[in-house]
Write a protein of this length. Structure first.
Length: 268
DNA sequence: CCTTAGTCCTGCATGC
DNA sequence: TGCATGCAGGACTAAG
């Protein structure tokens, strides 16, 4: 499940690799993968030079020379890869062909991923909170919310902070010693500060490790990330807490699993 | 304002 | 072995 570090890894690889390339053709194999009118999309991308690639939250933005932008969200199982293997073949949903004969494949087992054309004058992305890479900004956003929602719910809300998903929310809450179900407005200022410091650290470390591969995530060159070897609580139900050796618990919060140490993480 | 459940999808683990 | 069931969850939507 690509979150900010995985998307950032992909964008950093794509940026030097496809900038300057010209899109010759976009082929769509699963219609719902591409939002909006397909003919208009093909028309606006045809023979367009890619100016740059950027990231906003979990979105990849492809900036074209004609001022149009393609936004790509990988959701759960989406990948962007330069080459495919036999296993990928049934799950290729769209293919960009470049004028130099190279390709960029959008492979997505579960078909949740979306490619969306943006036309000038339209809203580019849904409402998104700030990037969670600066502790002062995170602290400001979290303490100002005054929300009664669970702190974990707040972290996953893309309108509050853009880019945090289930893995890094659990990891950051563990590092900060905060119970995922703690009411956001009840968390001590001190711990909120700790969380605000931990979150960017964890995300930056994950970027340095090229992301977390649990099952489907791969880089553009099909490599796995290495951050899965550094997780402390996510997916470690029943295993000992790295701090106190208590078994890690798993609870369901807003229909999502949360992993935490019942000893180290407190509700306020 | 907030929560819950449903939707989209497929693969995989589990249980009988 | 085969079949049914449930689980995984990012973003969105409808209903309460």
């Amino acid at each position: 499940m690509p979150e900010l570090p995985e998307v950032e890894t992909i964008v950093r690889q794509l940026q030097p690799a496809v900038t300057g390339k010209t899109i010759r053709e976009l082929t769509i194999y699963w219609p719902r993968t591409v939002e909006g009118d397909h003919d208009a999309f093909r028309h606006m991308t045809r023979d367009q030079v890619i100016r740059s690639i950027s990231r906003r939250g979990k979105y990849i933005c492809v900036h074209l020379a004609n001022e149009h932008i393609i936004t790509i969200h990988l959701r759960m199982t989406g990948k962007l890869v330069f080459e495919t293997d036999e296993k990928d073949k049934p799950y290729i949903r769209a293919v960009f062909q470049f004028s130099d004969g190279s390709y960029l494949y959008f492979v997505d087992i579960r078909k949740f991923g979306r490619i969306k054309p943006w036309f000038p004058g339209h809203p580019l992305l849904p409402q998104l909170g700030p990037e969670p890479l600066d502790s002062d900004i995170i602290y400001r956003v979290l303490s100002a919310s005054g929300s009664v929602r669970a702190i974990k719910t707040l972290l996953l809300d893309q309108t509050v902070l853009a880019g945090v998903g289930n893995i890094y929310a659990d990891e950051a809450l563990f590092q900060a010693g905060i119970h995922p179900a703690a009411r956001a407005n009840k968390v001590a200022k001190k711990r909120l500060r700790q969380l605000s410091r931990c979150l960017p650290e964890i995300l930056k470390k994950a970027i340095a490790h090229h992301g977390t591969t649990i099952s489907d995530y791969r880089t553009v060159t099909r490599e796995q990330g290495e951050n899965q070897f550094h997780l402390k609580v996510y997916g470690r139900t029943g295993l000992p807490c790295p701090h106190c050796h208590t078994a890690i618990h798993r609870i369901t919060l807003n229909n999502r699993s949360s992993h935490f140490c019942p000893e180290c993480q407190v509700k306020r």
